[in-house]
Design a binder for this molecule. Sequence first.
Ligand code: FUB
Ligand code: ZN
Length: 657
Amino acid sequence: MKVFTSPKLSKVKVTSDFWKRYRELIVKEVLPYQWKVMNDEADINIAEDPLNNGNNKNSHAVANLKIAAGLMKGHHYGFPFQDTDVYKWLEAAAYSFGYHPNPDLKKITDNLIDLIAKAQEPDGYLSTYFQIDAPERKFKRLQQSHELYTMGHYIEAGVAYYKATGNKKALDIATRMADCIDNNFGLEEGKIPGYDGHPEIELALSRLYEVTHEQKYMDLAHYFLKQRGVDPAFFEKQIKADGESPDRDLIPGMRDFNREYYLAAEPIKDQKVPHGHAVRVVYLCTGMAYVARYTGDKDLLAACDRFWNDLVKRQMYITGNIGQTTTGEAVTYDYDLPNDTDYGETCASVGLSFFARQMLHIHAKGEYGDVLEKELFNGALSGMALDGKHFFYVNPLEADPVASKGNPGKSHIITHRADWFGCACCPANLARLIAGIDQYLYTVTDDAILSTQFISNEATFENDVKIVQTNNFPWKGDIHYAISNPNQASFKLGIRIPGWSPKFDLKVNDSAVDIPNEDGFVYIDIDEATTNIDLSLDMAPKFMRASDRVVADQNKVAVQRGPIVYAAEEADNEKPLASYKVETDKPISYEYDENLLDGVGTVSVKAEKPELDSVDDQLYKPLIDKPATQEVNMKLVPYYAWANQKDGQMSVWLNKD
Ligand code: FUB
Ligand code: ZN
């Protein structure tokens, strides 16, 4: 019997035109712009952020670090987790060096590492809010403090920076932080038997473990996951001890959310479905998946599967966005998927991408690659404008500037991307996802290399194995793989068959082959010196419907072609968009327009459009008085690119005939 052993992955170079444009944008626009903003040197309007209550102060994120380092005088400004904007940016910069070496930027980031090292306390602690303004309250109000979340974000950045540049100081800061946390948390006498209100440290410690191979970091991550919810009153007890008066709150209103909101009402193994704040959910899930993978903890593994199923099968928008309500930026309940009041935070999509990537390591199932692809090409990507300098925090599926202005219940929905936010967690989070996209293309298991995404790339593996994938995805579905294997190693290549293309044609060395689809992958045995594979996917545009349990999408259709979900905009279709009735029995046409929105495939559907009632008409009338209608074309653009034309209504789900 042949033995298949997967060669280890060494490097992936992204060659996709679609992603090369975004990744160059990260280097040329996004990173410089965000650095300016965080140094308070950009001319921006934060007051536009509806969640910022008209406050137009600058970011102050770098200044906070300077004050903590003793290089500047002043108070902390911003959220207690303001430092994390800088760390996510640093992580994105680290990934960008992998495809775009940039000595000028590297000077800035090396100096930033020095600054962070100066700001760090001798015992490894670093959270500038507490260092500057509340040193006596360290680790005393973990429900709200975000201290472990903040340090976790540095740990992720430090690991990434060390891996990209070899800068040992960057890693030392991370290990010293992790050691500080290890010294303070745990069930031993004198330690805090708790965890952070915002999960993140679990995934960060797992990444630290991957690079240091220090078991204590995995054990600490495991501790946080096992301990969560064991004492459901942990946060309340801390608040009691730290001072119950609401003035003692670090973030007003945070104490009003219940234990479920913090995923801490009971141990994770007993939690049936994820509750609460969407980003907390997906960060926790990512940490659970890492730790389950490295420890084999069956309870955690079962929780990963449960949470995944609930989120993806019952609470995820067709664009991949999650979080249905602005109240607490939270998930709500199964099949509750309102389109015009949803939240769909960019960070939640980034976090779901992390979770999907980890689940691919646990089970070789195409559905994780499907969700990852959905985020990359829709829900996460919509978080940034084509210019790289404007961002969405909230990603609705239906929007109307008039409603956002006139209805307070919709004021969180903005119809053009903002310069920045008072709580600016999303912009750099998306930057790190895009800059690090090369890490999402392959999953190497013991017996197979899984190619999970159709993003052109050249990947080198141990034993001189090279896989070159070429295509013009997402616009075309012809995917070519050229595999060079000069030492004739034996391994399996698993190629994902996307859920949206159950029909596909596959050729190996020009001969058609009929290989079964196993859980979303086809496996090809590779042992020749060269192998060529051609996969043709079904790129016909399709009308999609939601489960009929979703009240908000009853009698509505969306259009999807390949992984791209489409949206109608007022810029292309006379409003109101809700008045059109799409004729689903008529064909959908597709056209690639290189001059629109930096080059996009657009689709066009036929629809009936009624003449609008006069404003002087009665508001209600007998159904029999039907208005005259005419057949029109509706033009749709990819959801990720919406709000890059003139401001106006947008809708993903369209009424049907
Ligand atoms: O609480 C820290 C971050 O701020 C969360 O992850 C985001 O949802 C925003 O609330
Ligand atoms: Zn965010």
